[in-house]
Design a protein around this ligand. Structure first.
Ligand code: C5P
Length: 299
């Protein structure tokens, strides 16, 4: 049995700079990953199976499991393996769901990326990083960045990746008002699609300077998402009221993050938010510099 972390993806900044003829949007985004994430486990089995567990499994369990990105990632990798004459025998997969579903922090994409790497090891089938990223992209625009799993600037529709290196970690609180927001609906509601690209990222070696840079950029999807789900505005106000140095929405929402002075400040803010908003998802976490870990367990 192999288990792999599927870290949450946070868009610290996201500028929408254009639109492709196929309708997908061009963007520039600074992306980091957190210690908090889902977990995917897989082992050899007589038949394929897919099981869900964990605190956030409820919303997904109701969905058709064939539509789950983990199952789609398994099928896509198997097809690629078999095309190159490689065996891809049945697997039992368990998804431990800890991230809120459809919430702008890449849960489904992270799960798909973790599944691709996990099954690649389990089957001993190792396509090049480029091939794996292409399989990932066929599953969703955010899957290649989740395969990379380290801080980066994403361009194109999210698939052109440039790694960046932070000299520090960011302590954060993630909140979600438990309102699902449809990504295509948010993109469709954009007032403009010709925003300026991200300015060069500054302060990667100095936290105070980086936070100054972060104030100069935005998430262009925040305004349309707030129109669709006004509770996002409540999340942002609540994060600021509990001491966040900066509060912003991630991806197409509705999850928001607050950056805090240190881990104690983040933990205290999370405690207060949980108390004040018992219906929300609230988690204190911190950014990571290494990709999701893989652990081999006795089966
Ligand atoms: O690729 P993914 O399935 O994550 O995208 C979901 C939807 O979000 C797309 O069908 C598209 O409507 C929208 N989208 C977009 N531009 C992007 C990424 C997603 O318009 N760069």
């Amino acid at each position: 049995m192999l288990t792999r972390d599927a870290p949450a993806k946070i868009n610290l900044a996201l500028h929408v700079t254009g639109r492709r003829p196929d309708g997908y949007h061009l963007l520039e985004s600074l992306v980091v990953f957190t210690e908090l994430g889902d977990r995917v486990s897989a082992g050899a089995a007589e038949d394929d199976s897919f099981a869900l567990e964990g605190p956030e499994a409820g919303t997904l369990a109701a969905e058709d499991s064939q539509g789950n990105l983990v199952v789609r990632a398994r099928d896509a990798l198997r097809k690629a393996a078999q095309r190159s004459g490689h065996a891809a025998p049945p697997v039992a997969i368990t998804l431990d769901k800890r991230l809120p579903v459809a919430s702008g922090i890449g849960g489904g994409s992270a799960d798909a990326a973790a599944t691709l790497t996990l099954l690649s090891d389990l089957w001993g089938y190792h396509p090049s990083a480029q091939e794996l990223a292409e399989i990932g992209l066929s599953l969703g625009a955010d899957v290649p960045m989740c395969l990379a799993g380290t801080p980066l600037v994403a361009r194109g529709i999210g698939e052109a990746l440039e790694p960046v290196e932070f000299g520090f970690a960011l302590d954060m609180v993630l909140v979600n008002p438990r309102i699902g927001v449809s990504t295509p609906t948010v993109f469709k509601a954009l007032a403009r699609r010709d925003n300026a690209p991200l300015p060069p990222v500054e302060g990667l070696e100095d936290r105070a300077r980086f936070l100054g840079w972060l104030e100069t950029v935005r998430n262009d999807l925040e305004a349309p998402a707030r129109q669709i789900a006004p509770a996002i505005g409540d999340c942002l106000s609540a994060l600021s009221d509990t001491g966040a140095l900066l509060a912003r929405m991630s991806g197409s929402g509705a999850s928001c993050f607050g950056i805090h002075a240190d881990a104690d400040a983040a933990a205290e803010a999370a405690r207060r938010l949980r108390q004040a908003y018992p219906g929300w998802f609230v988690a204190a976490t911190r950014t990571r510099s290494a990709p999701g870990r893989q652990v081999r367990q006795a089966s």
